[in-house]
Design a protein around this ligand. Structure first.
Ligand code: SF4
Ligand code: SF4
Length: 158
C-alpha cells in the first residue's frame, strides 16, 4: 500500500536514533520496513500520529454494551482488542503532524509519542487481535464470547 509513495522523514526523531541502533525487525516485516534508510520510521506516513486510540476496558454491563453499540455506529469510530484490552479507535490525525509527516512540535512532543517505537507499532504486523467496525460485528463478537465463557461451566456440571 505504501510502496509506491514517497514519504517524508519520520515525525519521531527518537525513532530515527533507534533506527541507527540494532533495531530487530522480524524477517517477514523487513520488506515493509525497507531498511534502506536509517529507520523504519523514516519512510512511514506516521501511521501512529493518525487515529486516536482510547483504552476503554471490556464492556461488562448492559449499559456499557449499549454505549459501545451506539458509539460504533459513527463511521469515524471502531473498536479494537489487543492483548485482551479494549480500545476505541477514532479516525483523525494529530494537529501537530505536518504534510511531510513530521512532528511540528518535535522536542516537546509527549513522552507517549517518544515511547511508541517500531516494530511494536501500527506499521508492522497486525496491531490488533480483533477489529470491530459495526454494531452487528460487536453483537456477533459478544455472542461468541458469551458462548465461550458458558461452555466450560456446562461441561463442569456434567
Ligand atoms: S507507525 Fe511505527 S514506523 Fe511509523 S512512524 Fe510510527 S513508530 Fe515509526
Ligand atoms: S505530537 Fe502528534 S505529530 Fe508529534 S509525534 Fe506526537 S502524535 Fe505525532
Amino acid at each position: 500500500m505504501y510502496s509506491n509513495q514517497s514519504f517524508g522523514r519520520c515525525a519521531h526523531e527518537a525513532h530515527k536514533r533507534k533506527g541507527q541502533s540494532n533495531l530487530q525487525i522480524p524477517n517477514h516485516m523487513q520488506e515493509e520496513a525497507k531498511l534502506t534508510t536509517l529507520s523504519p520510521c523514516q519512510d512511514c506516513p506516521a501511521k501512529c500520529c493518525h487515529n486516536l486510540s482510547i483504552w476503554i476496558g471490556a464492556p461488562k454491563t448492559k449499559e456499557q454494551i449499549d454505549d459501545l453499540m451506539w458509539e460504533v455506529r459513527f463511521n469515524t469510530v471502531r473498536i479494537y482488542i489487543r492483548n485482551r484490552r479494549w480500545y476505541l479507535l477514532i479516525d483523525g490525525k494529530c494537529m501537530y503532524l505536518d504534510k511531510n509527516y513530521r512532528c511540528k512540535i518535535y522536542g516537546t512532543h509527549p513522552e507517549k509519542c517518544i515511547r511508541h517505537t517500531p516494530p511494536n507499532c501500527e506499521r508492522f504486523g497486525s496491531f490488533w487481535d480483533v477489529m470491530i467496525n459495526t454494531p452487528e460485528e460487536l453483537e456477533a463478537y459478544l455472542a461468541k464470547r458469551r458462548k465461550k465463557t458458558k461452555a466450560p461451566r456446562s461441561q463442569d456440571s456434567k
